[in-house]
Design a protein around this ligand. Structure first.
Ligand SMILES: N[C@@H](CCC(=O)N[C@@H](CS)C(=O)NCC(=O)O)C(=O)O
Length: 207
Protein backbone atom coordinates (compact mmCIF):
# COMPACT_ATOMS: atom_id res chain seq x y z
CA UNK A 1 0.00 0.00 0.00
CA UNK A 2 1.08 3.55 -0.65
CA UNK A 3 2.85 5.06 2.39
CA UNK A 4 2.59 8.76 3.27
CA UNK A 5 5.14 10.11 5.73
CA UNK A 6 4.08 13.31 7.49
CA UNK A 7 1.81 14.68 10.20
CA UNK A 8 -1.86 15.20 9.33
CA UNK A 9 -1.79 18.91 10.29
CA UNK A 10 0.83 19.81 7.66
CA UNK A 11 -0.66 21.81 4.79
CA UNK A 12 1.58 19.95 2.35
CA UNK A 13 0.74 16.50 3.69
CA UNK A 14 -2.94 17.45 3.45
CA UNK A 15 -2.52 18.01 -0.30
CA UNK A 16 -1.40 14.41 -0.65
CA UNK A 17 -4.21 13.01 1.52
CA UNK A 18 -6.86 15.04 -0.32
CA UNK A 19 -5.46 13.85 -3.67
CA UNK A 20 -5.66 10.25 -2.44
CA UNK A 21 -9.28 10.88 -1.44
CA UNK A 22 -10.10 12.29 -4.89
CA UNK A 23 -8.44 9.27 -6.51
CA UNK A 24 -9.99 6.72 -4.14
CA UNK A 25 -6.47 5.61 -3.30
CA UNK A 26 -5.88 3.90 0.06
CA UNK A 27 -2.74 4.87 1.96
CA UNK A 28 -1.03 4.28 5.28
CA UNK A 29 0.35 7.36 7.03
CA UNK A 30 3.20 7.68 9.53
CA UNK A 31 3.55 10.74 11.78
CA UNK A 32 6.75 12.60 10.97
CA UNK A 33 7.47 16.30 11.45
CA UNK A 34 7.64 18.74 14.36
CA UNK A 35 5.90 17.28 17.41
CA UNK A 36 6.32 13.74 16.08
CA UNK A 37 9.26 11.69 14.76
CA UNK A 38 12.00 14.10 13.75
CA UNK A 39 12.59 14.72 10.07
CA UNK A 40 16.27 15.10 11.04
CA UNK A 41 16.42 11.43 11.97
CA UNK A 42 19.02 9.82 9.66
CA UNK A 43 16.41 7.30 8.47
CA UNK A 44 14.17 10.15 7.32
CA UNK A 45 17.02 12.21 5.85
CA UNK A 46 17.92 9.21 3.71
CA UNK A 47 14.47 9.57 2.13
CA UNK A 48 14.38 13.37 1.93
CA UNK A 49 17.59 15.33 2.56
CA UNK A 50 15.47 18.50 2.94
CA UNK A 51 14.07 17.15 6.24
CA UNK A 52 10.55 18.05 5.14
CA UNK A 53 7.22 16.28 4.91
CA UNK A 54 5.48 14.92 2.92
CA UNK A 55 7.38 11.98 1.54
CA UNK A 56 5.70 9.04 -0.15
CA UNK A 57 6.90 5.49 -0.60
CA UNK A 58 5.27 3.55 -3.40
CA UNK A 59 6.99 0.19 -3.04
CA UNK A 60 10.63 1.05 -3.85
CA UNK A 61 9.79 4.49 -5.30
CA UNK A 62 10.38 7.40 -2.91
CA UNK A 63 9.23 10.93 -3.71
CA UNK A 64 9.21 14.27 -1.87
CA UNK A 65 7.87 17.76 -2.77
CA UNK A 66 4.10 17.90 -2.36
CA UNK A 67 3.13 19.21 -5.78
CA UNK A 68 5.37 16.62 -7.47
CA UNK A 69 3.74 13.93 -5.35
CA UNK A 70 0.19 14.89 -6.32
CA UNK A 71 1.19 15.04 -10.01
CA UNK A 72 2.71 11.57 -9.68
CA UNK A 73 -0.38 10.14 -7.98
CA UNK A 74 -2.77 11.50 -10.61
CA UNK A 75 -0.48 10.13 -13.34
CA UNK A 76 -0.15 6.78 -11.60
CA UNK A 77 -3.94 6.46 -11.56
CA UNK A 78 -4.29 7.77 -15.13
CA UNK A 79 -6.62 10.52 -13.94
CA UNK A 80 -6.48 13.03 -16.79
CA UNK A 81 -9.34 15.08 -15.34
CA UNK A 82 -7.22 16.01 -12.33
CA UNK A 83 -4.04 16.33 -14.40
CA UNK A 84 -4.70 16.64 -18.16
CA UNK A 85 -2.31 15.27 -20.76
CA UNK A 86 -3.20 17.80 -23.48
CA UNK A 87 -0.17 20.15 -23.40
CA UNK A 88 -1.97 23.46 -22.93
CA UNK A 89 -4.43 22.16 -20.37
CA UNK A 90 -1.58 20.54 -18.45
CA UNK A 91 0.53 23.71 -18.63
CA UNK A 92 -2.36 25.73 -17.19
CA UNK A 93 -2.60 23.37 -14.20
CA UNK A 94 1.20 23.47 -13.80
CA UNK A 95 1.22 27.25 -13.95
CA UNK A 96 -1.08 27.52 -10.93
CA UNK A 97 0.66 24.71 -9.05
CA UNK A 98 3.98 26.49 -9.47
CA UNK A 99 2.45 29.84 -8.50
CA UNK A 100 1.11 28.24 -5.32
CA UNK A 101 4.48 26.73 -4.43
CA UNK A 102 6.36 29.97 -5.01
CA UNK A 103 4.55 33.33 -4.88
CA UNK A 104 1.46 32.37 -2.93
CA UNK A 105 3.28 30.30 -0.29
CA UNK A 106 5.87 33.01 0.20
CA UNK A 107 3.19 35.62 0.84
CA UNK A 108 1.37 33.78 3.61
CA UNK A 109 4.42 32.54 5.52
CA UNK A 110 4.98 35.64 7.70
CA UNK A 111 1.29 36.28 8.56
CA UNK A 112 0.75 32.59 9.33
CA UNK A 113 3.77 32.36 11.63
CA UNK A 114 2.81 35.65 13.27
CA UNK A 115 -0.95 35.34 13.70
CA UNK A 116 -1.51 31.58 13.93
CA UNK A 117 1.74 30.17 15.30
CA UNK A 118 2.43 33.31 17.42
CA UNK A 119 6.13 33.02 16.60
CA UNK A 120 8.11 35.63 18.60
CA UNK A 121 10.39 36.12 15.59
CA UNK A 122 7.45 37.22 13.40
CA UNK A 123 5.86 40.05 15.37
CA UNK A 124 7.22 43.12 13.58
CA UNK A 125 4.10 45.26 12.82
CA UNK A 126 5.48 46.77 9.61
CA UNK A 127 6.64 43.42 8.23
CA UNK A 128 3.27 41.94 9.13
CA UNK A 129 1.34 44.71 7.39
CA UNK A 130 3.47 44.38 4.28
CA UNK A 131 3.15 40.60 4.19
CA UNK A 132 -0.63 40.72 4.71
CA UNK A 133 -0.80 43.20 1.81
CA UNK A 134 1.19 40.84 -0.40
CA UNK A 135 -1.00 37.91 0.57
CA UNK A 136 -4.14 39.93 -0.16
CA UNK A 137 -2.67 41.00 -3.52
CA UNK A 138 -2.17 37.34 -4.44
CA UNK A 139 -5.69 36.50 -3.34
CA UNK A 140 -6.91 39.32 -5.60
CA UNK A 141 -5.07 37.61 -8.48
CA UNK A 142 -6.92 34.42 -7.60
CA UNK A 143 -10.19 36.39 -7.44
CA UNK A 144 -9.65 37.64 -11.00
CA UNK A 145 -8.84 34.14 -12.24
CA UNK A 146 -11.90 32.59 -10.58
CA UNK A 147 -14.15 35.29 -12.02
CA UNK A 148 -12.82 34.50 -15.49
CA UNK A 149 -12.47 30.72 -15.26
CA UNK A 150 -16.01 29.65 -14.51
CA UNK A 151 -15.47 27.95 -11.19
CA UNK A 152 -12.05 26.46 -10.63
CA UNK A 153 -8.47 27.63 -10.75
CA UNK A 154 -7.39 26.23 -14.09
CA UNK A 155 -10.80 26.42 -15.77
CA UNK A 156 -14.32 25.15 -15.29
CA UNK A 157 -13.23 21.73 -14.07
CA UNK A 158 -11.65 20.74 -10.77
CA UNK A 159 -7.94 19.85 -11.11
CA UNK A 160 -4.77 19.34 -9.06
CA UNK A 161 -4.36 23.12 -9.01
CA UNK A 162 -7.48 23.34 -6.82
CA UNK A 163 -5.98 20.90 -4.33
CA UNK A 164 -2.84 22.97 -3.83
CA UNK A 165 -4.63 26.33 -3.89
CA UNK A 166 -7.73 25.14 -2.03
CA UNK A 167 -5.58 24.45 1.01
CA UNK A 168 -4.09 27.93 0.82
CA UNK A 169 -7.61 29.38 0.56
CA UNK A 170 -8.56 27.52 3.73
CA UNK A 171 -5.49 28.97 5.42
CA UNK A 172 -6.49 32.46 4.22
CA UNK A 173 -9.93 32.23 5.79
CA UNK A 174 -8.66 30.51 8.95
CA UNK A 175 -5.99 33.13 9.66
CA UNK A 176 -7.29 35.98 11.85
CA UNK A 177 -6.65 39.00 9.64
CA UNK A 178 -8.88 41.49 7.89
CA UNK A 179 -10.07 39.78 4.73
CA UNK A 180 -10.88 42.11 1.84
CA UNK A 181 -14.15 41.31 0.07
CA UNK A 182 -13.32 38.78 -2.65
CA UNK A 183 -16.67 37.27 -3.67
CA UNK A 184 -15.34 34.72 -6.16
CA UNK A 185 -12.81 33.42 -3.61
CA UNK A 186 -15.59 33.10 -0.99
CA UNK A 187 -17.83 31.26 -3.48
CA UNK A 188 -14.89 29.01 -4.40
CA UNK A 189 -14.35 28.14 -0.73
CA UNK A 190 -17.99 27.03 -0.52
CA UNK A 191 -17.75 25.17 -3.86
CA UNK A 192 -14.74 23.18 -2.69
CA UNK A 193 -16.56 22.42 0.55
CA UNK A 194 -18.96 20.22 -1.41
CA UNK A 195 -16.07 17.75 -1.82
CA UNK A 196 -15.75 15.17 0.99
CA UNK A 197 -11.95 15.10 0.60
CA UNK A 198 -11.74 18.85 1.19
CA UNK A 199 -13.89 18.65 4.32
CA UNK A 200 -11.73 15.81 5.62
CA UNK A 201 -8.28 17.18 4.83
CA UNK A 202 -8.72 20.83 3.85
CA UNK A 203 -11.52 22.76 5.53
CA UNK A 204 -11.38 20.72 8.73
CA UNK A 205 -10.76 23.46 11.29
CA UNK A 206 -6.97 23.42 10.87
CA UNK A 207 -5.54 26.61 9.30
N1 LIG B 1 8.20 22.48 -0.68
C1 LIG B 1 7.86 21.46 0.27
C2 LIG B 1 7.62 22.13 1.61
C3 LIG B 1 7.32 21.10 2.69
C4 LIG B 1 7.18 21.74 4.05
O1 LIG B 1 7.32 22.97 4.24
N2 LIG B 1 6.87 20.91 5.03
C5 LIG B 1 6.82 21.35 6.41
C6 LIG B 1 5.44 21.01 7.00
S1 LIG B 1 4.13 21.83 6.14
C7 LIG B 1 7.86 20.57 7.22
O2 LIG B 1 8.21 19.47 6.85
N3 LIG B 1 8.37 21.17 8.30
C8 LIG B 1 9.38 20.54 9.10
C9 LIG B 1 8.81 19.62 10.14
O3 LIG B 1 7.59 19.61 10.37
O4 LIG B 1 9.64 18.91 10.75
C10 LIG B 1 6.62 20.68 -0.22
O5 LIG B 1 5.75 21.31 -0.83
O6 LIG B 1 6.54 19.47 0.00
Amino acid sequence: MLQVLGKASSINVRKVMWTCAELGLPFARENWGSGFQSTHDPAFLALNPNAMVPVIKDEDFVLWESNSIIRYLAGREGNTALYPTEPRARARVDQWLDWQATDLNKSWTYPFLSLVRHSPAHQDPQALTEACGQWAANMAILEGQLQASGGHVSGEAFSLADIAIGLSVNRWFQTPLQHPHLPAVSAYYERLSQRPGYLLHGRNGTP
